[in-house]
Design a protein around this ligand. Structure first.
Ligand code: ADP
Ligand code: MG
Length: 714
């Protein structure tokens, strides 16, 4: 009997119309956002399990995991402490040979599928119980003998079989005896059921189905690549397929980046030509001089601002490298040219800090400085006599998201600085870029990010890097300590307090809720009040109102409180040079970049500083390696790369970055060569067809339109 000719499907076909999917399964699929054949086939295996280790029963070893082709000699229910279904199997045609017992617990339906006399392909781990080799809940498939001695899989659905053989024995297996794809679980649908669905849909897909969208690799047909991706015969095949799809995904991304970069380069902006008045004045009042790297960055920015093009620049630098000051210099240049300069920070604390900082630095200068947040508006410096003119007067503005709202949107905007860009969506950057004033835009990131990510998230921007820390910095010692050593740590803290220094204490990380994080911080506070009853201690957490936060920070900055117990709210940007100890509880539960940010809160003055990582994680335990990385280096760029390596690009993106749409093949995010290649391909196309008018480029036009619509336009 030959396989039934399959009903063909198209990628866009709704799952709803297909036979063989039960209403309950359909519901589960819909709930997991699978609506079309394409949705299912584009679900990427999370990993593969090599189940090719095929063995005869007689050769099985205790403890090994193997696939076997076996014959069922007896089957029935058993009961020991629990009811289970037991099947005794052995080599076909060898009724007195070696036996293996298969046992299924909590899977009553198995009894309906298995019976004496069947041939099975099974996969599982062998264990010896009371002298007998057994497998518990093995994966299995029922095989059927065919007339011509051929064996075909009994197909539970659709009556479709593929004439694909994978081990020369003309045996077809989906779940056993082959490299098996493992997908992320779908609630309400068994893993093997989904695998089976992929198999069947793949088989029904026409041979020459075109890849949706622009096909970057037409020589490796889409259908074949899908087969290699889901059901590879060799690891080599899925590697090849993943590379193809990764390239396609990377290309889509980098094409949009290249497109935006070209647009931006063509966009004219204000010509902000300035004399150096304010800028020089600031430099002359600073108690230090700018580092070479800071000066270079200011110069790069100045050239951009003076040009007829709109500036779109990313300012990168390690924690404490002095990005804010570079931004302030740029803002002064903008004000000097007759416009307004605005800096947007992601939190109230940061906006207030920048404002206070600028207020101090500009106190002797004749510039207007304003703070705008949703709770507070404050102005200082020169105020014009006629209030009606006020809005058109050049000034420096510092604020939060509030600045983005229409009514607060600064008029006559010459420069927009976005601090900690990753905390904003990209859509928000676009709001400035495309506003009527066409201001120059400077974007800053808090934490250094891996080089590859700079290209995918900010590839449309020019980049300035502050690759040097100010010279006057005290050394930072990082120490990993077991909580058992608390006594000595406390003694050391005591001595630093006596020397007049201040201390941050970070409460254990609680991510589920602000309320619980608050509770943890409060517990921590009580503990330290007992240890240091004489010391004034502040408490900072996310549940405080902006005024409260501000008051807590102000007290710590003014050295009125000597210890600040905090949640990760202190993570970014907070700047108190007199603080020399950063004590982090349960350090292993924090992310590497987060720890680096926290450590960046100390070592900001000339005093030697100490980052104490409390953790009981032993070498080799999860969470330990990143602590070792932290002890080894203070270079944020290096740490960013390590974070990427340890956690994988997907996780880093998930927690640290917004602005990148769903990425399926996260491997390309760390593959510089692939990114370069995709960027080159994208530019080559745009070189030839800048407006994408050619019919073959229609999918690329759609790609651009779709991205713009999603607002995912990093
Ligand atoms: P970040 O790059 O982390 O935003 P900041 O801009 O907050 O760093 O700067 C950290 C501290 O270093 C601030 O107190 C700032 O005044 C100081 N600083 C900035 N530039 C220099 C410099 N060239 N020399 C000495 N101190 C500097
Ligand atoms: Mg900063």
């Amino acid at each position: 009997m030959l396989p039934v000719a399959p009903v063909k499907v198209a990628l866009t076909d709704a799952l709803e119309g297909l036979p063989d999917i039960s209403p309950r399964e359909l519901q589960a699929l819909h709930a997991a956002s699978f609506f079309t054949v394409g949705d299912v086939l584009m679900r990427i295996p999370r990993r593969y399990e090599d189940r090719r280790n095929t063995k005869p029963v007689a050769a099985l070893l205790n403890g090994e995991t193997a696939s076997l082709l076996v014959h069922v000699y007896s089957a029935g229910w058993r009961f020991s402490y629990k009811r289970y279904y037991e099947v005794s199997v052995g080599a076909e045609g060898d009724p007195n040979g070696a036996r293996l017992l298969l046992r299924w617990f909590n899977m009553p339906y198995v009894a309906k599928l298995l019976a004496t006399g069947m041939n099975l392909s099974i996969y599982g781990k062998v264990k010896e119980f009371a002298g007998k080799l057994t497998m518990t809940n093995p994966d299995f498939e029922v095989m059927e003998d065919e007339d011509a001695g051929q064996r075909l899989v009994t197909l539970a659905m659709g009556g479709v079989a593929t004439p694909l053989a994978d081990d020369g024995a003309e045996v077809l297996r989906v779940h056993t005896g082959r490299i098996v794809p493992i997908y992320r679980g779908i609630s309400g649908l068994a893993a093997r059921r989904f695998r089976r669905l992929v198999w069947d849909l793949l088989f029904r897909l026409p041979e020459h189905v075109a890849q949706p969208g622009y096909d970057i690799a037409p020589t490796y047909p889409f259908r074949e690549a899908l087969q290699d991706l889901h059901f590879p015969a060799e690891p080599e095949q899925y590697r090849k397929a993943r590379l193809r799809f990764a390239l396609a995904e990377c290309f889509s991304r980098q094409f949009c980046v290249a497109w935006r970069r070209r647009r931006a380069q063509g966009r004219s902006g204000r010509v902000n030509v300035t004399t150096d008045g304010y800028f020089q004045e600031l430099l002359s009042t600073l108690p230090f001089s700018l580092t070479k790297a800071q000066l270079r960055c200011v110069q790069e920015i100045r050239v951009d601002m003076a040009s007829t093009r709109q500036m779109n620049r990313l300012l990168q630098g390690d924690v404490g490298s002095g990005k804010t000051l570079v931004a302030l210099c740029a803002m002064l240049l903008a004000v000097e040219s007759g416009g307004t300069a605005a800096m947007i920070a992601p939190t109230q604390i940061l906006a207030e800090q920048h404002f206070n900082n600028f207020r101090r630095l500009l106190s002797n200068m004749d510039v207007r400085l304003s703070l705008r947040t949703s709770d507070r508006a404050e102005d200082m410096g020169y105020v014009p006599d006629n209030p009606a003119e006020a809005d058109d007067t050049p000034r420096l503005l510092v604020g939060t998201h509030a600045l983005l709202y229409k009514k607060n949107r600064p008029r006559n905007l010459a420069l927009a600085v976005i601090d900690e860009q990753h905390k904003f969506g990209v859509a928000q950057r676009e709001q400035f870029v495309n506003s009527g004033d066409s201001p120059d835009v400077l974007v800053m990131t808090a934490t250094p990010i891996p080089r590859t990510l700079t290209l995918t998230l900010y590839g449309d921007l020019d980049v300035s890097v502050i690759d040097e820390l100010p010279a006057n910095r005290g050394e930072i010692i990082t120490a990993l300590r077991n909580p058992n050593h608390m006594k000595r740590i406390i003694a050391f803290m005591q001595s630093e307090l006596q020397a007049g220094r201040q201390i941050y204490i970070v409460a254990p990380l609680i991510e589920e809720s602000e309320t619980r994080a608050q509770a943890a911080a409060t517990t921590e506070l009580e503990k330290w009040r007992e240890i240091f009853p004489q010391e004034p201690i502040g408490l900072l957490h996310g549940r405080l109102s902006p005024e409260e936060k501000d008051a807590v920070m102000a007290a710590f900055r003014a050295n009125e409180t000597h210890i600040l117990v905090a949640t990760t709210v202190v993570e970014v940007g907070v700047d108190v040079p007199n603080a020399t100890i950063m004590l982090i509880n349960d350090a292993d539960t924090f992310g590497l970049s987060q720890l680096h940010q926290l450590r960046g809160r100390i070592g900001r003055g000339q005093h030697k500083s100490y980052c104490i990582l409390l953790s009981s994680a032993k070498p080799g335990e999860p969470g330990r390696e990143k602590l070792d990385v932290l002890c080894r280096t203070i270079n944020g760029f290096e740490i960013a790369e390590e974070d990427f390596r340890l956690r994988g690009p997907g996780d880093v993106l998930g927690t640290a970055q917004s602005g990148l749409g769903a990425v399926q093949f996260t491997e390309w995010l760390s593959d510089m060569r692939l990114i370069h290649r995709a960027t080159r391909d994208a530019n080559a196309i745009l070189e030839q067809d800048p407006e994408l008018l050619r019919p073959e480029h229609a999918p690329l036009r759609e790609l651009i339109a779709a991205e713009a619509e999603q607002g995912v336009t990093a």
